[in-house]
Ligand binder design. Structure first.
Ligand code: GTP
Ligand code: MG
Length: 241
């Protein structure tokens, strides 16, 4: 298998070097694509500076900050054209431990089309989040899971691996989400396409350096799209029966 780890970045200069070194240590054969939206702090330059030393590091420079979903769409399109077999999503802020990469890749090798690094299966864990953040993540997952019939514990996790052939089937350029709803949308579409989904436990770590890009706009995008898909599914089902 030829895996590519796609890392979207916006102002992650304080994290990117440690991240790339840890990926290289955990999975020496795995290549990386950093998808940077013109970070003013010079994240893309920092990644490029390491590319010579580490090898297998590519940087896709985009000019405008246009959301996590858009960054992944661009990164996956690049990876599919280049012929990688597995495309991995990983945050740049060290919340996703590169040491878990081999277990995600092994599950794809074992037959899964989508492998989610899950905080909510036995062995998985989340940090000392505030009750608000914890509730948002928990209830957001329960709502999306029930509304869309996802049958996974952690549909919002951003640490995951896709079989490239599955992504090719999904037509990701037609995805509706610009932000973090991308995670729910891709889970939903893999499920609808009849793909096999597996979850492997991960220990999610809190961001230490840099700032969060989470916003209420992101939460409303998720709520709006999940509800619209759920209603559409029910209307279509009723129309068929
Ligand atoms: N290219 C690109 N990357 C983004 C954008 N928004 C967020 N990211 C990256 O997406 C990853 C996840 O963003 P975070 O800010 O850590 O969001 P989060 O993990 O939900 O929130 P935290 O709890 O603060 O970690 C990080 O690597 C960000 O740099 C964007 O608009 N464009
Ligand atoms: Mg984060």
């Amino acid at each position: 298998m030829r895996p590519l780890v796609v890392v979207p970045t916006y102002n992650e200069r304080a994290n990117i070097e440690e991240l790339l070194r840890r990926v290289r240590m955990a999975a020496p054969e795995t290549e990386v694509l950093v998808v940077d939206d013109g970070s003013p702090d010079g994240t893309a330059d920092a990644a490029d500076a390491l590319a010579g030393e580490l090898g297998g590091i590519n940087v896709l420079r985009r000019t405008e900050k246009s959301g996590l979903g858009a960054a992944y769409r661009a990164g996956f399109a690049w990876g599919l054209v280049e012929g990688y077999d597995v495309l991995v999503e990983m945050d740049a802020d060290l919340s996703h431990d590169p040491a878990a990469l081999p277990s995600l890749l092994a599950a794809v090798e074992g037959g899964a089309d989508l492998v989610i690094g899950s905080r909510y299966v036995p062995g998985g864990s989340i940090p000392n989040w505030s009750w608000y953040r914890r509730a948002l993540s928990r209830y957001g997952n329960v709502y999306a899971g029930l509304a869309l019939g996802l049958q996974v514990r952690d549909a919002t996790s951003g640490y995951r691996a896709y079989r490239a052939a599955m992504l090719e089937k999904l037509d990701i350029n037609c995805f509706r989400s610009t932000g973090y709803t991308f995670q729910i949308e891709s889970t939903y579409k893999v499920r609808r396409a009849g793909g096999t989904i597996a979850e492997v436990p991960i220990r999610f770590a809190d961001r230490v350096h840099g700032t969060s890009k989470m916003s209420s706009q992101i939460i409303f995008e998720a709520l709006g799209l999940v509800t619209a898909w759920a209603v559409r599914d029910r209307v279509l089902r009723r129309g068929r029966s």
